[in-house]
Design a protein around this ligand. Structure first.
Ligand code: ASP
Length: 311
């Protein structure tokens, strides 16, 4: 069996191009599986996976859980809102207690950047980062680039504009790394206050005018304004943001080409994306969600393989 070069999926930054290609090829097979009448395979029977979510999530959590169940893993779910974290337990204690119950893999979302990296140095289980604060969200970037590959044939040479709240988005950073590794050109677009000052050093283009960004790109990946992480005002009002940066069907119709619209969800309809754009023939948002399950099945399956080989 081909192997990943990593034992944990902490970020796209640590993956090689070969790792990403292997994940895509494995996801192609799993996508075929989940479209069959019987969607389940026994690949992870006897593996126990804990989904540990210290932050809210709908899609990512459900998607991981479905992926695990379709691989026949045993699944336990934990969310911090009704746990002993509220009583003052540390992250390491919480996770060690869960692992004492013989858990093989941990899927974790945490508000602090680096939390899964910290855990990976202290526990034996394979760890999958399901989003660490404003840092990385690797499975999102894998499913995004997989969806571009599916829609446009390949990612290499494509022009992708990431539009919105770059500063507070983990999706942005993971997408930049994944797109660049796969040979795409990346542009970031948003109000100057939401673009980190030195991010151009990663080799991305910066554009403040959304119309120019749309004119340049083949794919627009539109991000939500992450109000929950903004402690000061970065723009006067959501109405003004929407006026200058909101993408609607009218803007898309003015282009002299068809571009692909993506969004990691949850969409704030009428703010960064209007309903007529989100639900238009340009949009592959629902394909992203479908592909998320196949990508997560591939990641879990391949990481479980690294563990089995080592023991
Ligand atoms: N669902 C994505 C995330 O967890 C994007 C978002 O929340 O806007 O980062």
């Amino acid at each position: 069996m081909q192997q990943l070069s990593v034992r944990h999926l902490l970020g796209i930054k640590d993956l090689t191009l070969e790792d990403i290609s292997l994940i895509f090829e494995t996801a192609d097979n799993f996508k075929e599986v989940i479209n069959r009448p019987i969607k389940k395979v026994p690949s992870l029977r006897d593996i126990t996976i804990a989904n540990i979510f210290f932050e809210n999530s709908t899609r990512t959590r459900l998607s991981f859980e479905l992926a695990e169940k379709r691989l026949s893993a045993d699944v336990v779910n934990f969310s911090s809102s009704n746990s002993s974290v509220k009583k003052g337990e540390t992250l390491l204690d919480t996770v060690n207690n869960i692992l004492a119950m013989k858990v093989d893999m941990v899927v974790m979302r945490h508000a602090s950047p680096g939390a899964p990296h910290f855990l990976s140095r202290h526990i034996k289980a394979n760890i999958v980062n399901a989003g660490d604060g404003t840092h990385e969200h690797p499975t999102q970037a894998l499913l995004d680039t997989f969806s571009i590959r599916e829609k446009l044939g390949e990612v290499k040479g494509k022009k992708v504009a990431i539009i919105g709240d770059i500063m507070h988005s983990r999706v942005a950073l993971s997408n930049i790394f994944a797109l660049q590794k796969l040979g795409a050109e990346v542009m970031l677009c948003g109000p100057k206050t939401l673009i980190p000052r030195h991010i151009g050093e990663l080799g991305v283009k910066i554009e403040l005018d959304v119309k120019k960004a749309l004119q340049w790109c083949d794919v627009a990946n539109v991000l939500r304004i992450q109000l929950e992480r903004q402690h000061i005002k970065y723009f006067p009002s959501l109405r003004e943001y929407s006026l200058y940066y909101g993408i609607n069907k009218n803007l898309l119709d003015q282009l002299d080409k068809k571009i692909v619209i993506m969004h990691p969800g949850p969409i704030n309809r009428g703010v960064e994306l209007s309903s007529d754009a989100a639900d238009s023939e340009h949009s592959i948002i629902m394909n992203q969600v479908e592909n998320g399950v196949a990508i997560r099945m591939a990641v879990l399956y391949l990481l479980a393989g690294t563990k089995l080989q080592e023991e």
